[in-house]
Design a binder for this molecule. Structure first.
Ligand SMILES: Nc1nc2c(c(=O)[nH]1)N[C@H]1C(S)=C(S)[C@@H](COP(=O)(O)OP(=O)(O)OC[C@H]3O[C@@H](n4cnc5c(=O)[nH]c(N)nc54)[C@H](O)[C@@H]3O)O[C@H]1N2
Ligand SMILES: Nc1nc2c(c(=O)[nH]1)N[C@H]1C(S)=C(S)[C@@H](COP(=O)(O)OP(=O)(O)OC[C@H]3O[C@@H](n4cnc5c(=O)[nH]c(N)nc54)[C@H](O)[C@@H]3O)O[C@H]1N2
Ligand SMILES: [Mo]
Length: 774
């Protein structure tokens, strides 16, 4: 079958809604992952790529940052990894004729699904001021154009350089160098919208913004608590680790407003039993919490731990650990004593017995891991909630011992590595000092803009050049309508991308799309084929080798593009040899080894088959690099989202067939949705109270301060067993409803998991899903 891109865009006209599933993967998982690969890529390409994913001589799967076990299976990937690879390695191309046939404004009506399905971008294209078309442009001309724009700025802070977490360490390092040589720390990234709350909370309390567990800790833990994460869809290989943990007797607790299939049960597609047997029960306890109730839950559990210590002095807390390694205990304990159980009940929406049960499980376990993801970070009190996770772990010494720890599960496959390499608008002076010393220049010190402040700055006309190293900021950021009008105000927008998305359609006055090599492809430079390096969720760094020929001889690697741009913009300013870094990535890695802490001998260490694990104070030696040298127990004022009567708390989630703003198909198998995305999941009793029928078309109004309501029209209400008072809709569509100023305290992460909404019967038929501002 010859692959072809869809000509028509989708609608929800044929949507099918059925009962949600109660277990993940199994035969369906394998089938679903191979089907698109086979039809789009053909058998030979499929086998070649699928047997190289996450292998030691292969490439790193770009679908998530879940770590690799030491013993890899023949197929060390999951259904959704298969989809990510297929999406990138498709032979479909956006040909020159596409740009002639489609004006930019005609693409504005297209969905992310349609845009992404057009195929790979294969040559640089340029949109001139006033033009409604992209046209081919040569690489050198593109570099010169960007350099001219940068030289014309009044200050370097009029430029901003966004990064998405798929960039390799080499690309990220050279990119942040480029920005800082120009003279700005404007390095917003996807992490600002993702695990920023984690970084803020953990750096403050334990001195490092990363997981304190290694892969083997999952093999040694007694209790794993999974909060605000949907691993069955977003980190499917984690289910294998959870299943193995269950089989050796560990207990698992899931805390989530949605009964996610992968948290309930699992059939391993790579075992014979996975095809025919019964699913393994995953969660021993499923706490169906109200959105944003986690902070109250954690405080209530800590209270029970302190009460247990009082009842049995000296036996419950890890006194030795608390005395030697922690401070802040007295103030913390006094504060927790005052926790108001009625407020906890209101915030969590669960009975006391469930909290007692969780506390019991915590007290009975010697080694506890707490994992979390977006259901925790993307809340106004996300940072405080994570500090409460740390409090609870510290009480019984559950950090820095085998089988225990705090484990944020990262999103993008290299989002953690990009940060390690300096992609952050607020890198510490120690990093900037080392960077300046290595390259002989004085890096800027003032903090730059993050993603939300970047949109604000664009809106105020303060940013004249916006560049994106991957990603799709306009699809990913909150307040779509505002963000888009902000982007249109800039002079030049530049995207380094594999495939089309919204950020290519809504642009600055002038715009460039620079097509990049994907991770599956061989990266050939003057000195030979290059490998790149990445860091996973548990700080393991290893090499990734491209496997197949590039989609076109016109695409360039991200590293080569940034190096080319560096040369075009700066020549040999400060004696920096950009072209040497392009010719041989070892040169970049040598720089990394002298600038980035923990990366000494980076070339040698990343050439070994296993790579290496970055040092981690809490994990390795219970060393806490905080201001006092001790881990802090902290006092966090309880606050939960008040939802006025008749309103619901909307969270925005990923379907099973998408990767962030990339939509692979219109199905969400585990939640029982097929051929549609414009749905809102609401508890049947809430629907009844609101007088709305299951299946009825509704308009969704987001209420924020005294601003006009943000609206999505014509969504189908779907009765769903979520927690009472809560609702869920898919991101990126629902981003229209998230106010730009609604961000987490301290981390400034958009509050994508708690939008106060009201529903009204719609005059549009269900499935229209058009955003509008009233
Ligand atoms: N296939 C696939 N893999 C991915 C991605 C993808 O889009 N597709 N994205 C990648 C990225 S960048 C990231 S960051 C991760 C995201 O991984 P997740 O964080 O798992 O992604 P979300 O879909 O946002 O799911 C959030 C979960 O938190 C729950 N939740 C929402 N609000 C609350 C709350 O208040 N409390 C609690 N306890 N739970 C809550 C939701 O019901 C949902 O189950 O996945 C990565 N991997
Ligand atoms: N409402 C709501 N909004 C959210 C979230 C949410 O849960 N709810 N989640 C947030 C989170 S956790 C994140 S991480 C962000 C994600 O924000 P981003 O990382 O900006 O978005 P992605 O959708 O992952 O980016 C997809 C695009 O990346 C490009 N791409 C893919 N592979 C490559 C590559 O190898 N190189 C290059 N250069 N480009 C490539 C393709 O052009 C593709 O269209 O979204 C955030 N936004
Ligand atoms: Mo993310």
């Amino acid at each position: 079958m010859t692959p072809h891109a869809p000509e028509e865009d989708f609608s929800d006209a044929d949507i099918e809604v059925s009962e949600p599933k109660t277990y993940a993967a199994g035969l369906g998982g394998v089938f679903h992952s191979m089907e698109p690969a086979l039809t789009q890529m053909g058998l030979a390409r499929t086998v070649k790529l699928m047997t190289k994913i996450n292998h030691k001589d292969g490439f790193d799967c770009m679908s998530c940052a879940w770590p690799d076990p030491d013993h890899r299976k023949i197929a060390e990937f999951c259904e959704n990894g298969g989809k990510a690879v297929t999406w990138e390695a498709t032979p479909l191309k956006v040909e020159r004729s596409f740009w002639r046939e489609h004006s930019i404004s005609s693409l504005e009506d297209k969905t992310e699904y349609w845009l992404g399905m057009q195929g790979r971008l294969i040559e640089p294209v340029y949109k001139a001021k006033g033009s409604d078309h992209y046209e081919p442009i040569g690489w050198d001309a593109a570099y010169a154009l960007i350099a001219d724009h940068l030289h014309a700025l009044d200050t370097p802070d009029e430029a901003a350089f966004y990064t998405s977490g798929r960039a390799s360490n080499e690309a990220a390092f050279i990119y942040q160098l480029f920005a800082r040589v120009l003279g700005t720390n404007n390095l917003p990234d996807c992490s600002n919208m993702c695990h920023e709350s984690t970084g803020t909370a953990m750096t403050h309390t334990v001195g490092i913004g990363k997981s304190t567990v290694a892969y083997k800790d999952f093999e040694e833990s007694d209790l794993i608590i999974i909060m605000g994460q949907n691993p069955g869809t977003n980190h499917p290989r984690m289910l294998t680790a959870l299943q193995e943990a269950k089989e050796r007797g560990a207990r698992i607790v899931a805390v989530n407003p949605l009964p996610e299939a992968g948290l309930i049960g699992y059939k391993d597609p790579q075992r014979v039993r996975g095809y025919v047997g019964k699913p393994t029960q995953i969660a021993d306890q499923f706490i169906k919490i109200r959105s944003g109730g986690d902070m109250a839950l954690l405080q209530a559990v800590s209270k029970r731990v302190l009460d247990a210590e009082r009842a049995d002095p000296g036996k419950v807390l890890d006194h030795d650990f608390l005395e030697r390694h922690c401070d802040g205990f007295e103030a913390f304990a006094a504060h927790i004593d005052g926790v108001d159980e009625r407020e906890v009940a209101r915030a969590t929406g669960i009975p006391v017995s469930e909290i007692d049960e969780l506390a019991e499980r915590y007290l009975n376990a010697d080694r506890v891991i707490i994992c979390w993801a977006m259901g925790i970070t993307q809340h106004r009190k996300g940072v405080d909630t994570i500090r409460e996770i740390i409090n609870l772990l510290l009480l019984r010494g559950n950090i820095g011992k085998p089988g225990a720890g705090a484990s944020p599960i990262r999103g993008h496959s290299n989002v953690q590595g990009d940060r390690t390499m300096g992609v952050w608008e607020q890198m510490p002076d120690s990093f900037l000092d080392a960077l300046g010393a290595e390259f002989g220049f004085e890096p800027p010190r003032a903090h730059g803009v993050d993603a939300v402040h970047g949109i604000r700055a664009l809106d105020q006309g303060k940013i004249k050049v916006w560049m994106g190293l991957g990603g799709n900021l306009l699809g990913a950021i909150s307040d779509t309508n505002l963000a888009e009008s902000a982007m249109r105000k800039t002079r030049l927008s530049v995207q380094l991308s594999t495939k089309l998305n919204r950020s290519h359609v809504v642009t600055g006055e002038e715009a460039l799309i620079l097509p990049v090599l994907g991770r599956t492809e061989i990266d050939m430079q003057v000195s030979g084929p290059q490998y790149v390096t990445v860091e996973d969720s548990v700080c393991a760094v290893h090499a990734s080798h491209g496997q197949i020929a590039p989609i076109s001889d016109q695409v360039r690697s991200e590293t080569a593009i940034v190096a080319g741009l560096g040369h075009a913009t700066f020549g040999d300013r400060h004696g920096i040899d950009w072209r040497a870094m392009m010719r041989d990535y070892d040169v970049i890695r040598d720089h990394i080894s002298r600038v980035v802490p923990g990366c000494e001998s980076y070339n040698e260490k990343t050439r070994t088959r296993d790579g290496f694990v970055l040092p981690n104070g809490p994990r390795d030696e219970r060393r806490f690099d905080t201001d006092t040298g001790k881990a802090h127990l902290t006092v966090n004022e309880l606050e939960h989202v008040e939802c006025p009567p008749g309103r619901l708390l909307l969270q925005t989630v990923r379907s099973h067939d998408q990767f962030n703003t990339t939509i692979y198909s219109l199905n969400d198998r585990y939640r029982g949705i097929k051929k549609g995305r414009y749905v809102i999941f609401v508890h049947p009793d809430d629907l009844a109270e609101l007088g709305i029928e299951d299946g009825q078309s509704v308009d969704i109004f987001s209420e924020w301060r005294d601003e006009p309501d943000r609206v999505l029209r014509g969504f189908r209400a779907v009765a769903f067993p979520t927690a009472r008072g809560c609702a869920a809709a898919y991101f990126p569509e629902a981003n229209v409803l998230v106010p730009l100023d609604s961000t987490a305290l301290e981390s400034n992460t958009p509050v994508s998991k708690a939008v106060v909404i009201r529903l009204e019967p719609s005059r549009s038929p269900a499935g229209v899903g058009r955003p509008a501002v009233v």
